[in-house]
Design a protein around this ligand. Structure first.
Ligand code: HT7
Ligand code: ZN
Length: 871
């Protein structure tokens, strides 16, 4: 395979300062005439050969300076043109069949619309071009097409002219004044209606806003529009970033490989992250829409105005933009709850990636297919790494760094190194050693030993002034080898800590300790006895902590820690220790340990000072993927059995409290206010525990909740619980749900997911039947993800004895790959985790990977993931 290495970066040989594109639109034969002004790059090596990337296209004609030109040849998929001078006008005509484009990369048809997806390398499927992010061009676009089929014609930038051809076709022209890389190009044409609004920027410019959707969907764009306006304001207020065009357009399409795309001035979204109303969208959907709308908008600066030099720098825009959208959502709602949710995703998805065969640094060193690097590591760990800079510098100084970054690199294609340097200069930090986070993969493990010093200590500095006895924390960091990186240099690990006095239940104030060595000690004064350690508060560093905290300490912290994240963490640790010990067979005092969990959870249920949103978080058991991470090799069915066993026990032991909670929160009327959202979260949690302990009572309550539901959060929560049970109410509710929402595919996706992700012992049979359901199709990524990702993430079903789950996912990959390699490759990591699974199943998982690898015509996407997973 061709491997691309970061170290091999060379500046482009030719630049393209301007490009004009003329599209004659048609669903199955779109003609594209591209005119490129090309100029030799003074920073390149002097060559007369202009290499233009292509993929699945061929040139119908090539002109140079307006004349037919024969001095060109194809090199693989690329067009190579021999040029006599330093600047030329190149004309190229291509012909595309958008309706045959099932890969959904380049120009494709979705539900009668024409739309584009060019990141990362889709532009080369439209026309021949140096398709790399460090070639920035000013785009002028003209398109013409049938007025009835394509009444709305959109592209990047500002509309400049439009007209009627008088023959049933019309045309429009767009001009984007901001030079941009080809991956940010977009075009959309079709029957669309707009929800319009406007936003006045801080310098007084009025920006026209429009969210385009299919007719009939416009009522469901209110929340997305509100989120967009809030994002525009927040980016001005916090990061000082103002929008820079007269128009900002969003289009929602139903066939999309990812969540959304930040094309300059014309964001294209998966409908899933735009459309919402209370009856069809859950509270989680509302949050996701707000987050994704903000994320794409924030890219206007972090990604578009300052873009990436090459794809190895992907985290420069993605990690930073994820951090920005997380900060925005934290400011808009409950910051602690947002932090807990973000850490839960990191642990469930990124930690396993970091300990598996596909582990890579946030700035990878090599790739075969860049689409495989849109990962939780580049995105979520990338955000955590930049977040640590905010911990080290404080937000105010950090923002000085980002302002310098934007000023210094505006209009440029920058690197992660440029970003780090700007933060160093602007925030006044030394990040020399911190750069290891960009170079090394793997989640560091920090083990802590705490000792109480002798009665008459010789303390120095601040510790001495507090008197009493000293407490010394000795921390050791280790990071396991990852592919290609056997030995790790020490990371800079900022840890927010507090030491609680057991007597008073208070601490002397939070401290920040910064671990830089493999082993390091820190001493604190003023103690009379060994305190309770609260460490990595707020999850200040993306590490695993092994701390000397007893079960009693965890119960104490779960009740009293004044850092809400730490309180959640104590609860999680209490349960993780119990379950991991139980699965590994090392749990000594099972009853006592269980009782401690019951007492802590009971206290959470009783705590009247807690808001329900936070209570709902504290009640969630640690996920199976995270539990598996704590074990060298796990039997997933044992993890499942222990976790369900604990849930059942908690359901039984605290039954009266669950019933009382369910009664109380069921009386709270629907609204989007935090209290009402918290009530809904607790409502489903109560049902989940009751479902494990008393299925008949849970089925009765869930059916009543389902029937009375005025909103999707309650309806989905109730249906999830019913799905897991073998009861008559299950079938009735599923049938009602399907007929009630027939034709609304975003809701039908929930119907697929609930069944595929269910704890129901027959989930595999249900999934096999659903794959044949008329609503299911392999050509729509949302549908494929709804059914098959929910199944692959369902440990009980996926890891079922005999390996049928593995076979089903391997079959899916093989069938999906020729249709959409990008989406197919996203299923490989589920099989790729075989080394973390007990030997019997591991062999079955590996065998399925080998079966896939034996297929000769695999996409580059799947080939890379499978071959790395077998190493
Ligand atoms: N920057 C966007 C990435 C993206 C993408 C990547 C691979 C294949 C399809 C894709 N669609 C969008 C999304 C984002 O992070 O904002
Ligand atoms: Zn992004």
């Amino acid at each position: 395979p061709t491997v691309i290495h970061r170290a091999d970066y060379r500046p482009p040989q030719w630049l393209v300062p301007e490009i004009a594109l003329d599209f004659a639109l048609s669903l199955n034969a779109t003609k594209v005439q591209a005119t490129l002004k090309v100029a030799k790059n003074p920073a390149g090596t002097d060559t007369s050969l202009l290499r233009l990337n292509g993929d699945a296209i061929e040139p119908k004609s090539v002109t140079v300076d307006g004349q037919a030109h024969n001095d060109w040849h194809m090199d693989g998929a690329d067009l190579v043109i021999e040029l006599p001078g330093d600047t030329h006008d190149i004309g190229i005509e291509t012909l595309i069949d958008p309706s045959a484009n099932t890969q959904l990369s380049g120009l494709y048809a979705s539900n009668g619309l024409l739309c584009t997806q060019c990141e990362a390398e889709g532009f080369r499927r439209i026309t021949f071009f140096p398709d790399r992010p460090d070639v920035l061009s000013v785009y002028s676009v003209r398109m013409s097409g049938d007025k009835a089929l394509f009444p709305v014609l959109l592209s990047n930038g500002n509309p400049t002219a439009a007209g009627d051809n008088g023959d049933g076709t019309h045309w429009a022209e767009w001009h984007d004044p901001w030079p941009k890389p080809s991956y940010l190009f977009a075009l959309v044409a079709g029957e669309l209606v707009a929800n319009r609004d406007n936003f006045t920027t801080k310098s007084g410019r009025k920006v026209n806003l429009a969210i385009y959707v299919r007719p009939g969907d416009e009522e469901r764009t209110t929340h997305a529009m509100r989120s967009l306006i809030a994002s525009m304001k927040w980016d001005e207020d916090v990061y000082g970033r103002e929008y820079d065009l007269d128009d900002f357009n969003i289009v929602a399409v139903s066939d999309f490989n990812a969540g959304a795309m930040e094309n300059k001035g014309l964001n294209v979204f998966n409908t899933r992250y735009i459309l919402a109303d209370p009856e069809t969208a859950t509270d989680g959907d509302y949050d996701a829409i707000e987050g994704v709308v903000a994320h794409e908008y924030f890219h206007n600066w972090s990604g578009n105005r300052v873009t990436c030099r090459d794809w190895f720098q992907l985290s420069l825009k993605e990690g930073f933009t994820v951090l920005r959208d997380q900060q925005f959502s934290a400011d808009r709602g409950s910051a602690p709850v947002k932090r807990i949710e973000d850490v839960r995703i990191l642990r469930a998805v990124q930690f396993p990636e970091d300990s598996g065969p596909l582990a890579h640094p946030i700035r990878p060193d090599s790739y075969q297919e860049i689409s495989n690097f849109y990962t939780a590591t580049v995105y979520n760990k990338g955000a955590e790494v930049i977040r640590m800079m905010t911990v080290l510098a404080g937000l105010e100084r950090f923002l000085k760094g980002t302002t310098l970054y934007f000023d210094r690199h505006d209009g440029e294609a920058a690197t992660c190194e440029d970003f780090v340097k700007a933060i160093e200069d602007g925030a006044g930090l030394d990040l020399k050693q911190f750069r290891n986070w960009y170079e090394q993969a793997g989640t560091p493990r920090v083990s802590v030993v705490m000792t109480l010093d002798a009665a008459n200590p010789t303390l120095e500095g601040e510790a001495a002034t507090l008197g009493g006895r000293g407490v010394t924390l000795t921390l050791k960091q280790t990071t396991a080898p990852t592919p290609g990186q056997p030995d790790k240099k020490p990371f800079v690990i900022p840890l927010r800590i507090a030491l609680f006095d057991r007597e008073t239940g208070k601490h002397h104030g939070e401290e920040l300790i910064v671990l830089t060595e493999p082993e390091q000690s820190f001493t604190f004064g003023g103690f009379t006895s060994l305190p309770v350690l609260s460490i990595n508060r707020g999850f200040s560093a993306p590490v695993e902590i092994v701390a000397p905290v007893t079960t009693e300490d965890l119960v104490f912290l779960a009740r009293h820690d004044d850092d809400p994240f730490a309180r959640y963490e104590a609860m999680q640790q209490l349960i993780v220790r119990h379950l991991v010990g139980a699965v590994a067979g090392t749990l000594e005092k099972r009853e006592e340990s269980q009782a401690a969990i019951g007492a802590a959870m009971g206290a959470i249920l009783d705590d009247t000072a807690l808001d329900d949103l936070m209570r709902g978080e504290l009640l969630i058991l640690p996920g199976e993927a995270y539990l598996a991470e704590q074990l060298t090799r796990a039997d997933p069915t044992r993890i499942f059995a222990e976790r369900e066993g604990l849930k059942r026990w908690l359901g039984e032991t605290l039954k009266d409290k669950w019933l009382a909670l369910h009664d109380r929160v069921s009386a709270v009327p629907y609204s989007l206010a935090a209290e009402a959202r918290g009530a809904r979260k607790c409502k489903t949690q109560a049902l989940v525990y009751l479902g494990a302990a008393d299925p008949a009572e849970a089925a009765r309550r869930a059916k009543a909740q389902y029937d009375a539901a005025t909103n999707m959060t309650d309806r989905q929560g109730a249906l999830m619980v019913l799905c897991s049970l073998e009861c008559p109410e299950r079938e009735a509710a599923l049938a009602d749900f399907h007929s009630r929402f027939a034709g609304n595919m975003l809701v039908i996706d929930k119907w697929f997911s609930l069944q595929a992700g269910s704890l129901n012992p027959k989930a595999t049979e249900h999934v096999k039947a659903l794959a044949e359901h008329p609503d299911f199709t392999m050509t729509n990524p949302n549908r494929v993800r709804a059914l098959w990702m929910a199944f692959a993430a369902n440990a009980q079903a996926f890891h079922r004895e005999g390996g049928e789950g593995y076979r089903l996912i391997a079959d899916l990959i093989l069938k999906l790959d020729p249709i959409n390699g990008n989406v197919a490759a996203r299923f490989v990591p589920y099989l790729g985790r075989w080394k973390k699974v007990e030997e019997g199943r591991a062999a079955l998982m590996r065998a399925e990977l080998e079966r896939i690898a034996a297929e000769p015509t695999l996409s580059r996407d799947v080939r890379e993931q499978v071959s790395k997973s077998l190493e």
